[in-house]
Ligand binder design. Structure first.
Ligand code: ADP
Ligand code: MG
Length: 232
């Protein structure tokens, strides 16, 4: 356990640093991109080609930094009592343009009456966005993504199921390793960041998948009592 603790701590420091870097990299990147686009307007043929290559590479850098901070800015974490149903519905709304483009239907099922949980809203939104993005990317010709919210023991669970390509059993343990991606244009950072965030909430990410049938990613976040909250 000591080793595990050390590793978790290392990962959280690395994650925090990375989110900070991502933020610092993004602004200069936007400037460079803007001026490149301007130069592109008057460039000759050969240079046009080079500029296109540079812009594509900048897009890739942007993708990598976005994965760290879709919404979460590297500000101090702020834990508050939040309603995960409202949060999930708001993220689904935020992703609506993408889901329409991707021909994806987003369904939500709520089992029973949920409790609020103590969490950082921006961070959990990022987890949801990363998981929904993966679900859509797993269904290139569209499909249904079902979100089920329920009380699960002393936790709230959010199970997100897609009808996508699925993941072979032997690869599941590798998911969440930094830069592990099976996609041509993937970053392999989405699940790493998501797991880190969920672990900092003392929760868990469960992965269930069957190739060619689909994948369920279940986010489990503990419901804490008032007494426990006073101690933290
Ligand atoms: P990326 O999406 O950039 O590849 P992630 O960390 O988000 O990186 O995901 C890592 C890998 O996990 C993906 O490349 C993909 O192979 C697999 N994966 C994640 N979510 C799903 C899913 N819903 N269906 C199928 N494969 C998935
Ligand atoms: Mg991803």
């Amino acid at each position: 356990t000591e080793e595990l603790l050390r590793r978790t701590e290392k990962l959280s420091v690395v994650g925090e640093l990375a989110a900070g870097f991502a933020h610092e990299i993004r602004n200069p990147l936007t400037t460079v991109k803007g001026f490149l686009q301007l130069i592109g307007l008057e460039a000759k043929e050969k240079n046009q080609e080079y500029i296109t290559i540079m812009l594509n590479e900048i897009d890739r850098l942007e993708m990598i930094t976005n994965e760290f901070m879709v919404v979460a800015k590297p500000q101090a974490t702020k834990y508050e009592m939040e309603d995960l149903q409202i949060m999930t519905e708001s993220v689904i709304k935020f992703l609506q343009p993408q889901s329409i483009l991707n021909n994806t239907e987003m369904k939500t099922v709520v089992h029973g009456k949920l409790a609020e949980v103590y969490c950082d809203k921006h961070q959990l939104r990022q987890v949801l966005i990363n998981i929904y993005k993966n679900a859509m990317e797993a269904m290139p010709s569209g499909g249904v993504i079902t979100t089920e919210l329920a009380i699960y023991g002393n936790n709230i669970s959010i199970a997100i199921t897609d009808e996508g390509v699925g993941i072979p059993d032997e690869l599941i343990p590798k998911l969440g390793e930094p830069f592990y991606s099976l996609k041509e244009k993937g970053t392999g950072l989405g699940l790493m960041v998501s797991k880190k965030i969920i672990e900092s909430h003392e929760g868990e990410l469960l992965i269930n998948s069957k190739p060619n049938i689909g994948t369920t990613m279940t986010i489990v976040i503990p419901i804490k009592s008032k007494k426990e909250l006073c101690q933290t």
